[in-house]
Write a protein that binds this ligand. Structure first.
Ligand SMILES: [Zn+2]
Length: 126
């Protein structure tokens, strides 16, 4: 009896079934992976905005209640108050709104470019 010694290999149907099963597994895994990646990007973006906020408040506390100006916020905070100015992993450089400067009561608004318009991947903080 030579049941496990079939020298003829797989039939075309057997190979097609295996390839079909692999295809179904990939079709399930890819959307799950993409969703996990987008979730990680969003978390990173929110952490970046929190880091910028922390650096802005530290600057304010150490300079006698002045917020950094919008035009020079990055050069002001980096590297004294934050090691490196962050970037959103999915949308790129952050947008800096008007505001700040000596005597200002509010800091310039730093936001994710993904929030502009109808981008469904926009991130916000908090
Ligand atoms: Zn973002």
């Amino acid at each position: 009896m030579n049941m496990f010694r079939n020298e003829r290999g797989f039939t075309l149907i057997e190979l097609m079934v295996v390839i079909l099963i692999i295809g179904i597994l990939v079709a399930i895994a890819v959307p799950v992976f993409n969703a996990a990646r987008e979730s990680a990007y969003k978390s990173t973006c929110q952490a970046n905005l929190r880091t910028i906020d922390g650096a802005v408040e530290t600057y304010k506390a150490s300079t006698g209640n002045d917020y950094p100006t919008a035009a020079t916020i990055q050069a002001t905070l980096e590297p004294a108050y934050m090691k490196k100015w962050p970037e959103c992993p999915s949308a790129g450089a952050y947008l800096i709104g008007a505001g700040g400067g000596a005597g200002a009561t509010v800091a310039p608004v730093v936001s994710c470019p993904g929030n502009a318009g109808a981008n469904p991947n926009g991130h916000s903080y908090p």
